[in-house]
Ligand binder design. Structure first.
Ligand code: PGA
Length: 257
């Protein structure tokens, strides 16, 4: 973290978990535990069907609500999809774009990721753009090339003044939901490389101010060490965000004086 220059953001990614009643129960449990975190922003990305309720449930709290994806068009014949404008109008603030599960199961490509980043920014949302390598790619030694390409493709055409709304999440695919976390050094190495790519594209001031999260089996135990790295500005947390006490411990790790 480097709070002098950029926001620390702890974001839960619930994926396809929690019904409406479970969402309410979670809010009741989390709100008294969380207080008013001073040093980090807290986000919960929840299934689209529960977004409106989540916005209402967390209204008086410090928790912002995010969606897990959106479409790149603002409206039209796209059965089953939700647009960035629709999300914005109901009070959603963030949207995850290009999560590896979307890339793997729903044909998300670098091209659609880029279109969605534009749609999100256009609508006034904060995109959390996910990038990350598979185990094979890491073993081939192409991690940095791949990440650099993914970041450049995602941000193509995004002007510098919009970059203060963009969050990047480095999520090595081999660490997602596997219990295998990247070491703090591995996480920082790639987050630092992402910042270097942004520096080349937009200059030092923009690069310094962009929040770059780590995601992939971050939990109450390893959060502190990961967040202590200078280029790791928060976390995108799946499994550990489903239990309020665990999630709070991660928030506390980001919120130490
Ligand atoms: P995980 O998921 O924390 O369960 O590994 C992270 C993510 O997919 O964003």
């Amino acid at each position: 973290m480097n709070r002098r220059y950029r926001k620390t953001i702890i974001a839960g990614n619930w994926k396809m978990n929690k019904t409406l009643s479970e969402t309410k129960a979670f809010a009741d449990e989390l709100k008294p535990l969380i207080g008013k975190p001073k040093w980090c922003e807290v986000v919960l990305c929840v299934p689209s069907v529960n977004l409106q309720a989540a916005v209402r449930l967390f209204k008086e709290s410090r928790v912002a609500i995010g969606a897990e994806t959106c479409h790149y068009e603002s409206n039209g014949a796209f059965t089953g999809e939700v647009s960035a404008e629709m999300l914005k109008e109901i009070g959603v603030k963030y949207v995850i774009i290009g999560h590896s599960e979307r890339r793997q199961y729903y044909n998300e490509t670098d091209f659609t990721v880029n279109k969605k980043v534009h749609a999100a920014l256009e609508a006034g949302l904060y995109p959390i753009v996910c990038v990350g390598e598979s185990l094979e790619q890491r073993e081939l030694g192409v991690t940095m090339d791949l990440i650099s390409y993914q970041v450049k493709a995602a941000l193509a055409g995004v002007p510098a003044d919009k970059m203060r709304h963009v969050v990047i999440a480095y999520e090595p695919i081999w660490a997602i939901g596997t219990g295998k976390t990247a070491t703090a050094e591995q996480a920082n190495e790639v987050c630092e490389a992402i910042r270097a790519v942004i520096r080349k594209l937009y200059g030092a001031r923009v690069a310094r101010s962009v929040t770059i999260q780590y995601g992939g089996s971050m939990n109450a135990k390893n959060a502190q060490e990961l967040l202590a790295q200078p280029d790791v500005d928060g976390g995108l947390i799946g499994g550990a965000s489903l239990k309020a006490p665990d999630f709070v411990q991660i928030i506390n790790a980001a919120n130490q004086e």
